[in-house]
Design a protein around this ligand. Structure first.
Ligand SMILES: N[C@@H](CCC(=O)N[C@@H](CS)C(=O)NCC(=O)O)C(=O)O
Length: 228
């Protein structure tokens, strides 16, 4: 049994996009896993892995931090049902993950930050306000979010164009079956959806239909997640 240290918000919500990558990876490989909830200020729970961030996994005596390192570890330790079937598949997954990290999530964050703050556990809110306030230059996250939404929703949809082009042609970013590139992008949408009721996608967007397929995967793992 693998233990995933998973970011927790109010009402046991689990919003972390990077933890979602790890959850989908564990499911992809058919491994048994459980979670330990970790609040923003509960760094002591993940110190065994020398980490300040989640996801972290404990696999037997081994601790692994960072979602990408976790994926690599799982393929190395459990070669069955590979996440990365070839060097090219690994490279594509890395490229898509990098795009989600540097373009998709940064475009989404300002649109949901006020709602995200309001679901953070009260005990963690001062930490969130300090760290994210520094990043955004304000702790008035609701006003920041309202301003960002004026032009940001259209800009966010534009960022998704590379995914939209491929999803017009095939059901998943990875082809006929979902794999790591899909998990990376789905993690971002789970983050947004768990934090905020904001409608991010138009109903006729191919990305919308893909997101529905992603929510259905693994017996509706994503769909069962407590959303805003
Ligand atoms: N590169 C890391 C990023 C992990 C990350 O940023 N995790 C966030 C949650 S989504 C976190 O632990 N934040 C805690 C904090 O900001 O103190 C990965 O891929 O795992």
């Amino acid at each position: 049994m693998i233990t995933l240290y998973d970011l927790v918000a109010q009402d046991d919500r689990r919003p972390s996009p990077f933890c979602w990558r790890a959850k989908f990876s564990l499911e992809h490989k058919g491994l048994k896993w459980t979670t330990v909830p970790v609040g923003f200020t509960e760094k002591d729970k993940i110190s065994f892995a020398d980490s300040q961030l989640v996801p972290v996994i404990k696999d037997g005596e081994t601790g692994v931090k960072d979602s990408w390192a976790i994926a690599l570890h799982l393929d190395e330790a459990y070669p069955d049902k590979p996440l990365f079937k070839s060097e090219m598949a690994l490279s594509y997954a890395r490229f898509v993950s990098g795009w989600v990290d540097t373009a998709v999530q940064p475009a989404m964050f300002p649109l949901v930050v006020g709602d995200l703050y309001s679901i953070v556990r009260p005990v963690d809110q001062p930490y969130f306000a300090e760290t994210r306030g520094k990043r955004l230059g304000t702790t008035d996250f609701m006003s920041f979010q309202a301003k960002a939404r004026e032009k940001g929703v259209a800009a966010f949809r534009a960022v998704l164009e590379p995914a939209r082009r491929i999803l017009r042609e095939q059901p998943f970013l990875s082809g006929n079956q979902a794999a790591y590139p899909d998990y990376a992008l789905a993690g971002a949408f789970l983050w947004g959806g768990i934090a905020s009721p904001l409608v991010l996608l138009e109903a006729d967007d191919p990305v919308h239909a893909w997101r529905e397929r992603m929510l259905d995967l693994y017996e509706g793992l994503g769909r069962k997640a407590k959303a805003a």
